[in-house]
Design a protein around this ligand. Structure first.
Ligand SMILES: Cc1cc2nc3c(=O)[nH]c(=O)nc-3n(C[C@H](O)[C@H](O)[C@H](O)COP(=O)(O)OP(=O)(O)OC[C@H]3O[C@@H](n4cnc5c(N)ncnc54)[C@H](O)[C@@H]3O)c2cc1C
Ligand code: SF4
Ligand code: SF4
Length: 1018
């Protein structure tokens, strides 16, 4: 039995008292001090780990004023803060050991749109892609781009001066920030923007805090103009630190503090609101994907593209290309980047053109294509082919692949994982190829694996060498390589932090800026934050401070991970391998990625949060000498004993009395998971929460008693067949208000579904499909077998939505086949979801044996519900290994694609149908939409996929009273609107859960696609 785990690293008493005072000071935001919440903010995408004292989530600028004013009291002078947005930094920019102030949860409103003036005012917790979604109707967009655009916030972008693809034309974030509202450390608010001429003179003369800031900055830049000119590299990228070069324009006698705050990494002020300048969405965009025989060829050829007036040139190497090929993302781009017959594609340049004038655009593209044709014909420059695409959807698919590239690099086998520490260097583009040669030689000298890609037009290279950060020697190597790369970038006139900011690399600042300018940075820090209270350690310290800057050698995640024994780490790779890139924070309600994160805006309830909690749980168990793998093996082989029951009752009683156990914090995060499995395929590392969640729950409930609903859910496959036999008796009971009330209060279940009336058994009573006879099937000749299809039942569709199974039988019959419905065999998925793994293993073994026997008949097996069919493929393989055998249960569309061609193709006619595919299915099987569309098209109907996230039901999640509100909210986030807009009778859902949710929310259900197909054949 797992031991109880004590609270680690208690909050410092001064911080504790501050948080108490804050709660009663009119602060309206959330204050979180649980160890789990603190852990969720202890990492970003870097190698570092740093536990904050607490996390607060302000709701407004005023909340920050309240918080900082309180911190101004003598008793709280030691309290410090670190601003945070999406937490996607690659170098620990937002990590600190004080109070993390996260603006992303509540401060994400679009405040004003001035479409004519092409500008918007936003709260800085807004995610960049969300902003672009909101301003798209005005044909405008916020143009600085970054790979993390679906989760990085405007505040984070401003503070790291983010930029990315297209930066030569679209610039950096600082080029598009017109002014900000900033809250200073004393709680005062300043509004920034360009101040020039007499207004500036007046500001400089002002006897105020603001006047003091203006004077300090003005003196610094005017006093050191030559040194600034000499030191600041002539690059398209800005270095984070304080932008002495652009803060003051001597010609116009204009000073704009905005430029100073951009790239200040939260070390000067909290930025709560910003005016952003928008760019018209280009009327036409074209992408030329140029294929090369090597990465070097792609790099050396890039200047030609820039010369050819391209908007941007992005390059990826063969390693990144190959990783993309193995990922779900390749499915979306394979037709746009096809292989060149007889050639090996080892490098790719994605060259974009964008213009308002289609003719000008066409001319530029044609000119490039003509040059490329010449190179290919002459076999020059390593160009082996190219493809052009100019529809927005295709462009987005290619950039989606490119944006996923960093994450994909993390998905390598073995203990060495690509890590970010020298990943965003920038050198003048003309030196890039030579610089990369030296960089590669350095990495090769250390025997390191790496993949490379970058914005070659701007000289920015992304590379993450693979290191095992649990090995202390590799940590030493990280330091060595950091130093060498820092020197190498200097040699080529570049920057080590060309894109993502400094964070823990701040220790290189003094050398980089030189003593004179670094002293000026410190002077500015002193003026804004004299006592080093804002993100201390980053960028620089105040002038009089003796405190140190953070260092590359700071405590890393590897330090904690290595405390877990190697075999345990290897046994829990699904949680260990999360690299924190934050893709699972995707804000878009139409994406299936992590519904629980979208619902709660609580990072603990994301795959990253859950993986982090499990890692810490394993670490704490290991510290107590407890071996979770041995425990798991024991639980799988032993039953429950009286002794263990007594101990369980005792621990449960202590839990109810409020005794702390870190396992409860992990359990809380696991409870919010819908087990939708989106993470297991959408996360670039394939962090599979449902798998480690089930394992955790099994161990947790050895110590703590389960709630009754767990038994109700996990036994659903045992009692449902019995209930389904007597719907007239059972349904009135289920509907009875006392039974409903009892289910809610005793079992914690609501809206229990009614069993099907008529039952499947009744529907099939006179049908040969209901007559399963194994001996008869075994005696069939090949021709008879070819005309037969076996339908595998699942507990939900068969007993609660029997008409769908019956309609599948009718569809097969209409296709001229002989369907046979197999006797029901429990699948085990509900038991798996609740962590009854021992029982799941037994059920899986039994079902697998049955299905293998049938598979030997060589007749297709088809199951209706995606999540149960996919369970045969995934969870069965994990629990049974080789013993799973090789039976295959097809999804309806997979089977239909095999048989549909036998029918004559019909011409397209009539109104379209709309497909709402099940999350588990469309994430695990990216071809889902295309497959169904092909089948419908063959039968003369159009099927349009609808982009939706999770419906909120996810098995029994939506029936649990603790989740019912969340379930309905999730439905409202993405399903409600399209269902209201589209004709409901033409909407189709593949999942039983989804159909039940629609029925519950709309009062009327929607069909399964097989039912629509049946109507097409009628
Ligand atoms: C896979 C991957 C790819 C990336 N690609 C790119 C890329 O293409 N281009 C690029 O520029 N970056 C890239 N990054 C780095 C990162 O996404 C950016 O730095 C981004 O701007 C950070 O935004 P965030 O909201 O996550 O900020 P955080 O990481 O939360 O914070 C970043 C810094 O900003 C400060 N901060 C945040 N909000 C505020 C605020 N309101 N007031 C004051 N200070 C604040 C924090 O203290 C911290 O110093 C990438 C990161 C990853 C993981
Ligand atoms: S769970 Fe996956 S997507 Fe989320 S942070 Fe970890 S690796 Fe990235
Ligand atoms: S299974 Fe779904 S809800 Fe659970 S962590 Fe993964 S994506 Fe989030």
């Amino acid at each position: 039995m797992i031991p109880r785990l004590d609270l680690q690293q208690q909050i410092n008493p001064t911080y504790f008292s501050f948080l108490d005072s804050l709660a009663s000071s009119g602060f309206r935001g959330d204050i979180e001090r649980s160890y789990g919440s603190r852990l969720a903010m202890a990492t970003d995408n870097s190698v570092y780990q740093c536990l904050p004292q607490a996390v607060v989530f302000p709701r407004s600028t005023q909340d920050l004023v309240v918080m900082l004013s309180l911190a101004g009291k003598d008793a709280y002078r030691d309290i410090r803060f670190a601003p945070r947005g999406g937490g996607t930094g690659t170098n620990g920019q937002s990590l600190n050991d004080n109070i993390v102030v996260d603006l992303s949860r509540h401060m994400h409103q679009l405040l004003k749109v001035d479409a004519d003036g092409r500008k918007v005012r936003v709260q800085t917790g807004m995610v960049k892609d969300r902003l672009n979604q909101l301003v798209a109707p005005y044909k405008l967009f916020f143009s600085p781009d970054l790979s993390t655009s679906n989760r990085a916030t405007i505040g984070g972008m401003i503070n790291t001066d983010a930029s990315g693809q297209g930066s030569l034309v679209y610039g950096k974030t600082s080029d598009h920030v017109l002014g900000v509202t900033a809250v200073l450390v004393d709680g005062s608010i300043i509004e920034t923007g360009p101040v020039s001429g007499e207004a500036l003179d007046a500001k400089l003369a002002e006897d105020s805090r603001e006047g003091e800031l203006y004077r300090c900055v003005h003196d610094s830049v005017t006093g050191h103009a030559d040194e600034i000119e000499r030191r600041f590299p002539k690059l398209n990228r800005f270095l984070t630190g304080y932008d002495l070069k652009h803060v003051y324009d001597k010609e116009r006698h204009c000073l704009d503090l905005t430029r100073l705050l951009c790239g200040s990494e939260g070390s000067l002020a909290f930025i709560t609101e910003a005016w952003l300048d928008l760019t018209p969405i280009p009327a036409c965009r074209t992408l030329v994907n140029v294929k090369y025989d090597s990465f070097q060829s792609a790099l050396r050829n890039a200047p030609l593209m820039v010369e050819a007036e391209a908007l941007s040139v992005e390059t990826v190497d063969s390693r990144v290309l190959n990783l993309a090929r193995e990922d779900i993302v390749w499915h979306s781009v394979s037709d746009l980047i096809q292989d060149v017959p007889g050639k090996v594609m080892d490098g790719l340049n994605m060259v974009e053109y964008a213009d308002q004038d289609p003719q000008a655009q066409q001319q530029k593209v044609s000119a490039l294509c003509a040059r490329l044709d010449g190179l290919i014909e002459r076999g020059e420059a390593g160009v082996i082919g190219y493809q052009v695409c100019d529809d927005l959807a295709s462009l987005n698919r290619i950039y989606g692949m490119r944006k996923k590239a960093v994450g994909l690099l993390g998905n390598t086998k073995g203990r060495k994982k690509p890590v970010a520490f020298v990943e965003d260097t920038a050198v003048p583009p003309e030196h890039l190829a030579d610089y990369i040669n030296e960089f590669r030689a350095l990495l090769d000298e250390h025997g390191l694996q790496y993949g490379m890609f970058g914005h070659v037009d701007a000289g920015v290279l992304h590379v993450r060498p693979a290191l095992d950060m649990t090995d202390p020697e590799q940590e030493v190597m990280l330091r060595k390589i950091s130093d060498r790369v820092n020197a190498l970038t200097a040699k080529y006139g570049g920057l080590m932090w060309g894109e993502h900011g400094k964070g823990y690399r701040s220790e290189y600042s003094p050398t980089f800026f030189g003593e004179i300018l670094f002293t000026e940075l410190r002077r500015i820090k002193s003026a804004f934050d004299p006592f080093n209270r804002l993100n201390p350690g980053k960028i620089c310290t105040p002038l009089d401070s003796l405190e140190q800057l953070v260092s590359v050698d700071a405590t890393k995640r590897g330090f904690f991970d290595r405390q877990i024994p190697v075999n345990v780490r290897d046994g829990f790779t699904q949680a260990m391998d999360c690299n924190g890139n934050g893709l699972c924070f995707d804000f878009d309600v139409r994406s299936p990625m992590c519904p629980s994160m979208k619902l709660t805006a609580d990072r603990r309830h994301s795959p990253k949060g859950r993986a982090g909690l499990v890692r810490e749980w394993l670490r704490q168990l290991s510290a107590q000498g407890f071996d979770p793998l041995a425990e798991e093996a024991a639980v799988m082989s032993r039953g429950s004993s009286v002794k263990s029951l007594v101990e369980r009752v005792k621990s449960t009683w202590q839990k109810h009395r409020g005794e702390y156990d870190f396992s409860h914090e992990v359990k809380e995060a696991m409870d919010g998971c819908l087990a939708c499995k989106a993470c297991s395929s959408q996360c670039p590392i394939k962090v599979d929460v449902p798998t480690f969640r089930a394992r955790f729950l099994q161990m947790y409930h050895q110590r703590y008693q389960r709630p009754p609903k767990d038994y109700l859910v996990s036994w659903v496959e045992s009692y449902s067949p019995w209930m389904a036999k007597a719907p007239r008796l059972v349904n009135p009971l289920i509907k009875h208000k006392w039974v409903q009330a009892g289910a809610r209060s005793v079992l914690g279940m609501v809206d229990m579904p009614l069993v099907s009336e008529p039952s499947l058994q009744t529907l099939l009573a006179d049908s040969p499909a209901g007559q399963f006879d194994l001996v008869r099937l075994q005696g069939m000749n090949e021709e008879e077998k070819a005309r037969t299809v076996l339908i595998v039942q699942d507990p939900f569709t068969s007993f609660y939505d029997a008409q769908v199974v019956y309609d599948l039988v009718r569809l097969a019959t209409a296709l001229g086949l002989n369907p046979v419905v197999l006797p029901f065999r429990p699948n085990g998925k509900p038991a798996h979801v609740k962590g009854f793994l021992r029982r799941f293993a037994a059920m899986a073994a039994d079902s697998a044996q049955f299905l293998n026997q049938l598979a030997r008949l060589n007749i297709p097996l088809v199951g209706v519900d995606p999540s149960l069919v996919l369970c045969y493929r995934d969870e069965y393989a994990k629990v049974l290994g080789q013993a799973r055998g090789d039976f295959e249960v097809l999804l309806p569309q997979e089977w239909l694609l095999q048989v549909i061609d036998k029918l004559a193709q019909k011409p397209l006619a009539g109104e379209p149908w709309y497909l709402f595919a099940h999350c588990t299915e469309k994430t695990a099987k990216p071809a889902t939409h295309q497959d169904w569309s092909r089948i419908f098209a063959h039968l003369g109907a159009r099927l349009e996929p609808v982009s939706v996230g999770c419906c909120g039901m996810a098995g029994t999640y939506g029936h649990e009273s603790q989740h019912v509100e969340g379930s309905k909210t999730l439905y409202g986030l993405s399903w409600q609107e399209p269902l209201a807009r589209l004709p409901q009778q033409r909407c189709l859902a593949t999942g039983f859960s989804c159909r039940s949710q629609v029925k519950r929310m709309e009062g009327q259900g929607i069909k399964h696609p097989v039912q629509a197909l049946l109507s097409l054949l009628a």
